[in-house]
Design a protein around this ligand. Structure first.
Ligand code: CA
Length: 230
């Protein structure tokens, strides 16, 4: 059975999460603080951890940093504020996803499933390799193809897609995409990023329908998502 470790010092939130996750067929374990979390990750490695950022004593970021030294199991951070996520992503500590409070437990279950699916595909590296097969980007000719279908992209769209697809599943903030995808970020606004992403999504959907290739994370940014099973 797939085991989820919930690291959360607020009992009410933890109880709701446990109920929903168990109902969805997961086994759960709940710990209240960071030190116990690290102990449990070592003693009985979970398949996935839900890790609150604000914890007494050892906070979620310190736990994430320590956990990453000895484990690559998927970790989803729970954070109190949308504004915090931008900063967390900037720290690049290796979380696999972020969920903002207040959240709907249903959303948490969906995100847990999505992250586990990504890992079941053989880990981040395999996902990247599979993705490289589905998406072909030739920078010398500015030629892009998705699942064999040619994409007619502007240079901005091409650069955006290139930046996102380099790390499938990773969430990029608009600010990060500005830096990665535009030569002169000063001339481009975050609103322009939104409109380029919108056009890009439309073109990806037309070329290879039936999958949301670019996920929009409300208030945070965007990620490129591999098609499940690819
Ligand atoms: Ca907390």
């Amino acid at each position: 059975m797939t085991r989820i470790l919930i690291v959360e010092d607020e009992q009410d939130i933890a109880s709701v999460l446990q109920d929903y996750l168990r109902h969805a067929g997961f086994e759960t374990e709940h710990v209240m603080d960071g030190r116990t979390a690290l102990e449990r990750m070592r003693a009985a490695p979970p398949d996935l951890s839900l890790l609150d950022v604000m914890l007494p004593q050892l906070d979620g970021l310190a736990v994430l940093r320590e956990a990453r030294a000895h484990s690559s199991h998927p970790i989803i951070m729970l954070t109190a504020r949308v504004e915090e996520v931008d900063r967390l992503i900037g720290l690049e500590l290796g979380a696999d996803d972020y969920i903002c409070k207040p959240f709907s437990p249903r959303e948490v279950v969906a995100r847990v499933r999505a992250v586990l699916r990504r890992f079941a595909a053989g880990g981040a590296e395999a996902a990247t390799a599979a993705q490289a097969g589905a998406l072909a980007l030739d920078e010398t000719r500015w030629h892009a193809a998705l699942e064999g279908a040619t994409l007619q992209l502007t240079r901005s769209e091409f650069r955006l897609l290139q930046a996102l697809a380099k790390s499938p599943g990773r969430i990029f903030s608009r600010g990060q995409l500005l830096e990665l995808a535009y030569d002169d970020a000063l001339d481009v606004t975050e609103r322009a990023v939104d409109s380029h992403v919108k056009n890009l999504r439309r073109k990806l959907a037309a070329a290879a329908p039936g999958h949301e290739w670019i996920r929009s994370v409300y208030g945070v940014g965007f990620s490129f998502e591999a098609r499940p099973g690819s």
